[in-house]
Design a protein around this ligand. Structure first.
Ligand code: HEC
Length: 390
């Protein structure tokens, strides 16, 4: 089977920059580049953002950890040590940062170019993404260039249990090296983009493969076991595990939402919580949405999840997210109602619903999914989106 690379990669790359999209929307929120678990459930995550390192609480509130407001593009943790890489706001390489006090103070060392990924493996071997894969056996003082890869590498994760074993994710899939980064081979016989990736201290491997879903497997016997494919149009970009709960996983989606599971992917929550419908109208809308719309637009209106067909068939039009993360908010309620009742002229996949639903039903559904919208989407809905101050 041929995969149309330009098509599927285009979809993913267009929407690669996450933005914090929960609570505190009055403040200018920094874009999150990557996340690492702290292993403390009350303050579960470090967030490497475009303007510094933050700590996220379980209610979704965030606090700035260090004074430097660099664009942190890589973050890794090894017991109590944190490593970071990135650029200053002017674009200069900051080298490798090492912190032994949970991210407050950093010592910097010089690196060849800036890191877009970092991971600590067995015996404290440090791996980085820096125009290919680089490795340091001395805690980051000196670096060996192992391989130059032309494709974009999204993530790197070193094994904590197997010697010299390291994984990367790219548009062509999940690759493994068993010799410290020199030779690479695909882990699975599929050529689909692999994105988020993490390996636990017990040898469990989590990765997201677009078209398949979230995979949970073991390093010893990797199998393409899909545990969940309900992220809709939110693409899992980065993942991290709370090492105090081996059934946990945190995922940073490309729209800035952080998803979490504490039962191996059976049930999901979001950092900061998922808004629940409050009014009778919204609750009525929820029931109708789940009955008529969720099969395509996803649970919680996250949009249609990627399938192999949606990535390979250029004519396939996916059902967009209606939760404020796509552009449904560029339309007025009147226009949205019109689409719902009359269908889309572009595809029979969005049929007219006027035989099953009244205008009021459609407005109730809109009230329900607008419950997921943030301040920007609500205040700038319709033509105002062209000139939105938020
Ligand atoms: C069989 C799949 C399917 C079902 C069921 C479905 N939709 Fe859609 N919907 C789509 C597709 C595909 C599109 C994209 C159409 C396009 O791009 O022209 C779409 C587009 C839309 C849009 C336009 C969004 C935008 O950003 O312009 C709205 C609103 C919408 N659907 C609402 C609903 C509602 C409400 C329901 C339930 C009553 C529903 N849809 C049921 C497939 C579906």
């Amino acid at each position: 089977m041929m995969i149309n690379r330009t098509l599927n990669i285009g979809i993913i790359l267009l929407v690669i920059h996450p933005i914090i999209s929960w609570a505190n929307t009055d403040k200018v929120s920094p874009r999150i580049n990557t996340i690492i678990a702290t292993d403390n459930p009350q303050t579960p995550l470090y967030l490497a953002t475009q303007s510094g390192l933050y700590l996220a609480k379980d209610d979704g509130q965030i606090t700035l950890l260090s004074q430097e407001k660099n664009n942190l593009t890589a973050l890794a943790k090894d017991n109590h040590k944190l490593f970071s890489g990135g650029q200053t706001s002017e674009g200069a390489n900051i080298g490798l940062g090492t912190s032994e006090d949970n991210g407050k103070n950093w010592t910097l060392s010089i690196t060849p170019s800036h890191f877009t990924g970092l991971s600590v493996g067995k015996n404290q071997v440090l791996y980085g993404l820096s125009n290919g894969v680089v490795r340091s056996n001395d805690g980051g003082k000196t670096w060996i260039k192992t391989v130059q890869v032309k494709e974009n590498i999204y993530n790197i994760a070193a094994s904590k249990t197997l010697d010299d074993t390291v994984y990367i994710t790219m548009d062509s899939g999940l690759l493994v090296s068993r010799d410290g980064g020199i030779n690479w081979k695909p882990v699975f016989p599929v050529s689909l983009p692999a994105l988020s990736l993490t390996v636990t201290s017990k040898g469990k491997l989590w990765t997201y493969i677009a078209g398949k879903g979230l995979i949970m497997t073991t390093e010893n016997k990797p199998k393409l076991d899909v545990v969940y494919n309900g992220f809709g149009q939110h693409v899992p970009m980065h993942a991290t595990v709370d090492e105090s709960n081996h059934e946990s996983l945190y995922i940073l989606g490309n729209k800035g939402q952080i998803w979490l599971t504490s039962d191996n992917g059976k049930s999901w929550d979001r950092l900061g919580g998922i808004p629940k419908p409050q009014s009778t109208v919204a609750k009525k809308g929820e029931t109708l949405f789940n009955q008529y719309c969720a099969s395509c637009h996803g649970n919680l209106a996250v949009g249609e999840s990627y399938s192999v067909q949606s990535l390979t068939d250029q004519k396939y039009i996916m059902a967009p997210a209606l939760d404020g993360s796509a552009h449904a908010w560029h339309h007025t309620d009147e226009q949205l109602t019109n689409t719902i009742l009359k269908g889309s002229p572009r595809t029979v996949r969005m049929p007219p619903w006027e035989k099953s639903l009244t205008k009021q039903d459609s407005l109730d559904i809109i009230t329900y999914f607008k419950g997921f919208w943030g301040r920007r989407e609500l205040e700038c809905q319709g033509p105002k989106h062209m000139n939105c101050p938020y």
